[in-house]
Design a protein around this ligand. Structure first.
Ligand code: CA
Ligand code: CA
Ligand code: CA
Length: 179
């Protein structure tokens, strides 16, 4: 059984990703986030990077979230989302690494190999974050070595801690901004 604290964090993530606020996660929600991110970077539909960002979010659905859609209606409820985390077998955890890589590549828009403050800010704003302090706090909590950018390892660690740490003081709870 997931603890109430972990459930709260996962539910918070679920509702941030539910762009249309209908209480269900769908592939369309992820496509909306991808479009917002691409547009915030000033990309146009014709740009190959624009399509690349959309494709990456489509893969996140296909390789990861669709596994939570147990009744196969193309929509993931919060209950399904929490259940899949609870029962996640080791094979799924490996997939999780794949998703970490996908998500990282998606956030690293300029392909520099690290996520800058600007890149993370655009991501959080696409999820609906409006509080600048929360954005700063999120970035600072992920930038473990405080060198001003997020590495793959830092991202993977905080993403994993967000979904598992039982410590209410752990900075990983700020991963997705306001909490
Ligand atoms: Ca939705
Ligand atoms: Ca970058
Ligand atoms: Ca860093």
């Amino acid at each position: 059984m997931l603890s109430p604290f972990v459930q709260r964090k996962l539910a918070s993530a679920f509702y941030k990703y539910d762009q249309e606020k209908n209480g269900l996660l769908e592939k369309e929600d992820l496509q909306l986030i991808a479009k917002r991110i691409a547009e915030s970077f000033g990309l146009k539909k014709e740009d190959s990077k624009y399509q690349e960002i959309l494709d990456t979010y489509a893969k996140v659905w296909d390789h990861y979230l669709s596994a939570a859609d147990t009744d196969g209606d193309g929509k993931v409820s919060l209950i399904e989302f929490l259940e899949v985390r609870e029962k996640m077998p080791p094979s799924q955890l490996e997939k999780n690494q794949e998703v970490n890589k996908l998500m990282f590549d998606c956030l690293d828009i300029d392909g520099s190999g690290t996520i800058s403050f600007k890149e993370y800010e655009i991501f959080l704003k696409a999820l609906g974050e409006t509080n600048e302090e929360s954005i700063k706090r999120a970035f600072e909590s992920i930038d473990i070595n405080k060198n001003g950018s997020i590495s793959r390892d830092e991202y993977a660690k905080i993403r994993s801690d967000y979904g598992s740490s039982e410590d209410p003081e752990d900075p990983s709870k700020w991963f997705l901004g306001s909490f």
